[in-house]
Design a protein around this ligand. Structure first.
Ligand SMILES: [Zn+2]
Ligand SMILES: [Zn+2]
Length: 244
């Protein structure tokens, strides 16, 4: 399985890191945060190959590039259907964003099919799990290899969900010394992520969604996680390609 980490920052972008977006096998996009379209162009990706977009939750850092992605696909003359998967209000939000920006999706050269997620679901190629965040938010598992938690406070159900997977991309928005603040804001720290990774017996832990104020502390985040997890721990760079 090929994963391209298009955007690896959390909460807001920095000079070097865009907001969450991960391209799976060139045809499935997980989240579409600020900068995702630009990163796809950096990659010389063919947008026609993207068949589905999964939006984990409706926060700006995870959805702000979606209207521009749809505009770009339209202006490039896309003909094939696009599926957008997301929380129950995904269609309403996407259509409202487009309307507010002066474009009815009816003008598009392609159709959009929506798949609304209400709870835990196993959809064959991928499974979703509601996690603990301020708005309805879903973790996703692709095959039995890759799990992306999206934004969440530490959540026990992720242990079973990620059991024995190869790569767990777990959010770490605050360092361990700000753990209380992390939990108040429904986020996690490195030791939270590492505890889940250890109990789930995953092979590798990716510390994801580190926001700009802490991006100079990435090595410290990794050290904090390693105290609680014996496997490999790393933090990704934008456009990093990983094969699992
Ligand atoms: Zn976020
Ligand atoms: Zn969020």
């Amino acid at each position: 399985m090929k994963l391209v980490f298009l955007g690896t920052s959390g909460s807001f972008p920095s000079k070097d890191k865009m907001c969450p977006a991960i391209l799976v096998e060139d045809n499935f996009l997980i989240d579409c945060g600020e900068g995702a379209v630009h990163r796809l162009l950096n990659l010389n990706a063919n947008l026609d190959e993207i068949e589905s977009v999964f939006i984990s939750h409706i926060h700006a850092d995870h959805i702000s590039s979606l209207p521009m992605l749809l505009w770009t696909m339209w202006l490039q003359g896309r003909k094939s259907k696009l599926t957008i998967i997301g929380p129950p209000n995904i269609q309403e939000v996407t259509e409202s964003l487009l309307q507010l920006m002066g474009t009815s999706p009816k003008r598009f050269s392609f159709t959009i099919q929506y798949k609304k997620i209400n709870g835990s679901e196993d959809l064959g190629e991928f499974a979703v799990l509601p996690v603990k965040h301020g708005v309805p938010t879903f973790a996703i598992k692709i095959g039995d290899k890759f799990v992306y938690t999206s934004d969440t406070a530490p959540y026990e159900s992720l242990i079973n969900f990620a059991k024995n997977c190869k790569l767990l991309a777990h959010e770490t928005t605050f360092p361990d010394e700000m753990k209380e603040e992390a939990h108040i804001h429904y986020h996690s720290s490195p030791s939270d992520a590492a505890t889940i990774a250890s109990k789930a017996n995953v092979e590798t832990l990716l510390l994801f969604h580190i926001p700009p104020p802490f991006q100079n502390l990435e090595e410290k985040f990794i050290e904090q996680a390693k105290k609680y997890f014996n496997g490999k721990v790393f933090s990704a760079k934008d456009l990093q390609i990983i094969r699992i």
